[in-house]
Structures are given as structure tokens and as C-alpha cells.
Design a protein around this ligand. Sequence first.
Ligand SMILES: Cc1ncc(COP(=O)(O)O)c(C=O)c1O
Length: 380
Amino acid sequence: MNSSSFDQTICRRHTGSIKWEKYPGSDVIPMWVADMEFATSPAIINAMKKRLDHPILGYTTGTEALAHTVTEYLQKTHHWTIDPDWLVWLPGVVPGLAALTSMLNTDDQIMLFTPAYYPLLQIPDKYSRQRVDVPLVYEENRWVIDFDLFEKSINPNCRMLFLCSPHNPVGTIFSADELTRIVEICTEHNILVISDEIHCDLVLHDSKTHTATGRVAGDMQSNVVTLMSPSKTYNLAGANCSFAVIPDANYRQSYKDKCMFTLPIVPTLSYTAAEAAYQFGQEWHAQLITYLRNNLQTLQAEIDQIPYLSMDNPEATYLAWIHTADLPVNDANDFFVNAGVGLSPGAHFGDANYQRLNFACSNSQLLEGLRRIREAVESL
Ligand SMILES: Cc1ncc(COP(=O)(O)O)c(C=O)c1O
């Protein structure tokens, strides 16, 4: 795969794609849910095809080889040493979060930094656990944690923090210092840190790197549960191979017990895809990042030219958080859909002043979406 493969615009209509089926019978370009318009790495597709040469799929478990591959990936890519026994395979990060929530007592509360990826907002409500929101603040071109506010917001019932690192939707990469401080505060108050790091390999600023929360936690590591997956990075959304890293043996066993019978086991082909992604995906991944960085430049340059709109440069993810509150329209999301572009309403993430735009598509599709946005706004 080379960069021209990323330039292809692949038709996904009639493939059951949630993203594309949202606007049936229209030519709306969907730039909302977080899957990419790029063909998955051929190395992954080929590994899945090869697995299908064997005619039986069956109930499958994560093999020792996969545990070794993931452990090595964490070591090489994120300089984080884990014991392979700490891994728990999951059919998704979101179900994994839901199962963690269900381990809380009914009056336990969950903290999170807002805005936030909408399942993080909704899971506490669905499981009747109270949520304590701590709004992020905008400082020096970055959305950051107000640590005073964070500490002041803690009450004796707070038992979990849902941390999204890097952050969806605002794109912040938290520094090692910020993460250490989060873990220290949480450990002091007996709050378990749930670190959703699904976007960890989508770093767009070349001066930044992702830091694994579990790595900086040091001797507080038993107070951190990490959730990861190759799904965002390798366009395997919906392929259901995610994992938790849980250093504390007792908690890990309780979690496995909680997941048993309630979460489905990971499908055979998903394990195959995950192993191929971590083993053979590096070159494709490097090309992806180059392509996304270029798309981000295109997007930023265009948004800067469009009246009423502004955006922050995300440090990671392929999701742009666009400020639309100055637009003289009633409903910005409807306005853009009518213009032919489907975005994610910021309200779903807890801030109606924004729309989220997924720029993981061919540069030509991105330019066409931006042309539609620009023409619609200029006609106001
Ligand atoms: C922060 C975050 N966590 C989890 C998910 C979804 O994870 P999964 O599909 O493994 O449930 C997403 C998808 O966009 C996400 O942005």
C-alpha cells in the first residue's frame, strides 16, 4: 500500500456501513462516526483470508503468540513493560467500559473530563451510576485539565475516572506529568483510573508522543486499568478485538468473572486481524500518519478561510472539533447535512457549540466536503 492507495475514494454504500447508511438515497458525505475511508492494510486482510483457508472457526481464545505480540508492541511502541498475564481480551472497548462500570456499587460515582466520547458520557447513566463531570479548559491552544477543579470535584463516592487519552473529541495528548498527576490524585482518593487509549497510535503532532498511563503509574499501577485496541489505527472498527491491561490480579479475576456470560468472546478472525496489525502493520501505519497530517493541514487551512468557523489543531486522532456556535443558524448539524456533509453534533459529546469532523478520508473527498461547507456558510 502506498500513499496513492489512501487517495482512492472507495464506495461503501450497500456494505451495511453505519456511517454511509445514515443518509440513504442522498449524496451526503458522511464525516461523522470514527471509522476511516481507507482500505485496511493488505497484510491484515491477507492474514484474515489465510485463516479462512482452515474451514473451522470455532470458539477461540487469545493465543500465547498474540499475548507476546501485544506485549512486544507495548514495549517497543510505548516503552511500557507489562506481564502478558495482565491482558484480558475484549470484544470492544465500549463493552469493556460497561463491564467495569457494572463492578461498582450502586452509590459509587464516575468522574470524567468533558466534553467526552459519548459512550463515556452515557454508560454511567445506563448503569444508574452518578457522573461527576470536570470540564476541560482551553489554555495555550490546548484543551487541558484544570487540576484545582478536578480535586475540588472529588467527593467520597467517586470510585472511577474515565480518562480518554488521547482525548476524543478535543484531540489532546496528555503529557507524562499530567498523567502522573491524574494517577497520584486518583490513588490518594481511592479512585480507579480507567484509561481508554484507543487513539494512542494516531499521534499527529510530530513533536508529541503518546504516554501510556500505566507506564507512568509506577508503583501505583494497580490503580490503573488500560483499554486499547488496534481498531482505530488499522481501520478495524467493528472487528471486535480489544484488550484491557489489568496489573492487579484480584481485580483482573473479578473483571473476567464479570465479563463471562455477559460479553461475547472475541471472534476468531478478530484475533487474527489484531495479531497481523501489530506484527505487520508498521509501514501502513507510517503512511497513514503522513496522510492524516496532510489532511489536517488541508482542513485547518480551509477552516481558517470560512467565516464563523474555527478549529483547534488536534494533537492526535483523525477527528476535528470545529467551533460552530457563531453560525447564524438554528441547528448547525442540520445546516451541514442540508449542505451535503454529515458531521457529529457536539451536543452528543456534551458541548453544542461544536461539530466533530472525521477527516480520515481521501484528500479529494475532504476537499469536496469542505467545498460544500464553505459554499453553504458563504451563502448565509
Ligand atoms: C475513545 C473511544 N473509545 C472507544 C471507542 C470504541 O471502541 P470499540 O469499538 O472497541 O467499542 C471509540 C470509537 O470511536 C473511541 O473514540
